[in-house]
Ligand binder design. Structure first.
Ligand code: CMP
Length: 138
């Protein structure tokens, strides 16, 4: 089934000038770019993006990190996009990620892990509403 997912290149990767390499890997993994924007989030947008983590002890550092620099947000499409992209990016902790995954290649630790991908259709819908508020999901 062709589906869409949301992908974020985080401030650590942006500051290290890794955007081009990461987008190339995404395209080489069979994704079509539907939308792409560079955006400096507001505090409110950052809190909304990470709403599900609001009660975790890492919430405040997570919000401060995502506000460090612009992010690049993309809506991507391919067969089985959500699950496939999770495989391409690797685990939350780059040190536990498969070699060759984006986080293994470019992440530093659990907090500064270079990229994000929606983990479900529900997350995709919520994340799109924060990052692409005028986009209507079909
Ligand atoms: P992401 O895929 O963007 O979704 C939520 C983020 O929370 C996750 O990547 C990590 O960067 C961060 N995160 C999850 N667990 C932890 C943790 N135990 N410590 C610090 N950050 C975490």
């Amino acid at each position: 089934m062709i589906e869409q997912t949301l992908f974020i290149i985080k401030p650590d990767a942006y500051k290290e000038k890794l955007v081009g390499k990461i987008v190339t890997k995404i395209e080489e993994s069979g994704f079509k770019i539907i939308k792409m924007t560079l955006k400096k989030l507001t505090r409110k947008e950052a809190e909304n993006l990470y709403y599900v983590h609001r009660d975790r002890d890492f919430f405040e550092p997570l919000v401060l990190f995502i506000l460090e620099a612009p992010i690049i947000a993309l809506i991507l499409e391919r067969e089985n996009a959500i699950e496939h992209l999770r495989g391409v990016i690797g685990k939350t902790n780059p040190k536990e990620s498969e070699p060759g995954t984006i986080r293994a290649l470019y992440g530093t630790n659990k907090s500064r892990n270079a990229v994000h991908a929606s983990d479900s259709k529900e997350s995709f819908i919520r994340e799109v509403s924060v990052l692409f508020p005028s986009y209507s999901i079909t």
